[in-house]
Ligand binder design. Structure first.
Ligand SMILES: *Cc1c(COP(=O)(O)O)cnc(C)c1O
Length: 376
C-alpha cells in the first residue's frame, strides 16, 4: 500500500508531469515570468469554467479577500460579518483594513455560517457578509443573498475551499461557487482542490466596473501606466504557477469526483457508529467538493484518536482547534460565549481524515479500521 498522506501532491504530479514541464520550459525560454501568456490563458479558462465574467488573478487567497474588500470601497468602522469557525485569513484581512470583524456562529450540520446568526448581528454599520464555503460545502447562499438584498449588504464569497462546487438556487439556476455573491475569492495554495506549486489566488466578479477597479488595485492602483489613481497593492500570479493551474484546471472536475468518491467510501464504512457523525451533504450532490472530510466525534476522546492515528502512521488534521473569537489577535470584549455554542462544541469534536484525489480503497479501509479500532 502507498503511504497514506493528508494530500498526495507527488502522485498527482506524476500524471501531469510532461505537460507541466513543457509549459514551464516555454516560460523559461521566453522569460515572460509576470503577466505572460500563461496567466492570460488561465484567466480566460477559469472564467469559462466558473461561468463568471471576470477573473482577476493575484498572489494568494488572503490578498484576494483583501483586494475584494478594498474594491468594494469598505471603510474603517464598517462592520463585516463572517463565521467564527474558519481559517484566520478571512478575519485577518477585515481587521487589517481597519474594518470591524463581527464573528457569528455556524450551523452544526453544514459547518457553515448560520443565516439566523447573521440576521442577529446586523447593525446600521454592517456593510458586508463573508460566507466561507467551508471544507468544500456551499454555504446557504439563498438565505445569505436574501438577507444581503434586504439590508443592502455586499456578499464576498471566500471560495478558497469550495472551488468547483455548484449551487442550485431556489430559482432553479445552477451557479458555480465564487460567482454567486457580488465578488468571490479563492486560493491556489498547493493543498487546495485547485492548487499550484507555490502561492496563488484569484478574485471573481460579474460586475464590469468592480472588475476594472480590482485589476487596478492588484497593480499598484494603476489604470494607466505610472498614473496611480487609488492606493493599491502588488499582488500577481506568476506565469510558472499559471502553467500548473492550466493543466490542473482541466482535471478539476475529475479531482473533485475522486474526492467525492473517497467521501462516500469513508461515510459508508464509518456511518452507523454511535460516536461518529459523518459529514452531511446539503443541497445537490455537486454542492460539496470535500476539500476536507470532517467527522464529529460525540462523547469521545478526539485528541486520543489523533494520537492513535499518528501512532499508526496515519495523518489527520483538526480544522480548526480554536474558534476565531477566542484567538488572541481577535479577542474583543464584545463577544458573548453564548453566541458561539456551536463553534465552541465543534472545535472539541472535529477531526479531518486524509482527503485527496489519489486515495484508493485500501487506504480508505485502513484509515477507517484505525478509527473504529480506537472508538471500539
Ligand atoms: C486557504 C484559505 C485562505 C487563504 O489562502 P492563501 O492562499 O493561503 O492566502 C483563505 N480562506 C480560507 C477559508 C482558506 O482555506
Amino acid at each position: 500500500m502507498r503511504k497514506i498522506q493528508m494530500v498526495d501532491l507527488q502522485s498527482q504530479y506524476t500524471f501531469i508531469r510532461s505537460q507541466v514541464e513543457a509549459g514551464m520550459n516555454e516560460v523559461l525560454s521566453t522569460a515572460q515570468f509576470i503577466n505572460g501568456p500563461a496567466v492570460k490563458s488561465f484567466q480566460s479558462n477559469l472564467e469559462s469554467y466558473l461561468g463568471v465574467k471576470h477573473v482577476i488573478p493575484c498572489a494568494n487567497g488572503t490578498d484576494a479577500l483583501q483586494v475584494a474588500m478594498m474594491g468594494l470601497g469598505l471603510e474603517p468602522g464598517d462592520e463585516v460579518i463572517t463565521a467564527d469557525f474558519t481559517f484566520a485569513a478571512t478575519v485577518e484581512v477585515i481587521a487589517l483594513l481597519g474594518l470591524t470583524p463581527v464573528l457569528v456562529d455556524v450551523d452544526p450540520n453544514s459547518f457553515n455560517i448560520d443565516p439566523n446568526a447573521i440576521v442577529r448581528a446586523i447593525t446600521p454599520k454592517t456593510k458586508a457578509i463573508v460566507p466561507v464555503h467551508l471544507f468544500g460545502q456551499v454555504a446557504d447562499m439563498d438565505a445569505i443573498m436574501a438577507i444581503a438584498e434586504k439590508h443592502n449588504l455586499y456578499v464576498i464569497e471566500d471560495n478558497a475551499q469550495g472551488i468547483g462546487a455548484t449551487h442550485t438556487g431556489s430559482n432553479g439556476n445552477t451557479t458555480k461557487t465564487g460567482g454567486i455573491g457580488h465578488v468571490g475569492s479563492t486560493s491556489f495554495f498547493p493543498s487546495k482542490n485547485l492548487g499550484c506549486y507555490g502561492d496563488g489566488g484569484a478574485i471573481f466578479t460579474n460586475d464590469d466596473d468592480l472588475a476594472h477597479t480590482l485589476r487596478g488595485i492588484v497593480n499598484h492602483g494603476m489604470y494607466e501606466r505610472y498614473h496611480h489613481d487609488v492606493v493599491g497593492v502588488n499582488s500577481r500570479l506568476d506565469s510558472l504557477q499559471a502553467v500548473v493551474l492550466n493543466e490542473k484546471l482541466k482535471l478539476l472536475d475529475y479531482y473533485n469526483e475522486r474526492r467525492k468518491w473517497a467521501a462516500i467510501r469513508y461515510s459508508h464504512l464509518l456511518s452507523g457508529h454511535d460516536n461518529i457523525i459523518t459529514p452531511k451533504v446539503i443541497g445537490n450532490c455537486d454542492s460539496h467538493v470535500f476539500h476536507q472530510y470532517t467527522l464529529r466525534l460525540i462523547d469521545s476522546d478526539r485528541d486520543g484518536l489523533v494520537q492513535h492515528l499518528q501512532n499508526q502512521g496515519i495523518p489527520c488534521g483538526v480544522y480548526y482547534p480554536i474558534p476565531l473569537h477566542a484567538q488572541k489577535a481577535y479577542q474583543s470584549g464584545k463577544y458573548d460565549q453564548e453566541n458561539f455554542a456551536v463553534t465552541n462544541q465543534l472545535v472539541k469534536e472535529v477531526i479531518s481524515l486524509p482527503m485527496h484525489s489519489e486515495l484508493d480503497e485500501e487506504q480508505i479501509e485502513t484509515v477507517c479500521q484505525a478509527v473504529l479500532d480506537f472508538l471500539g
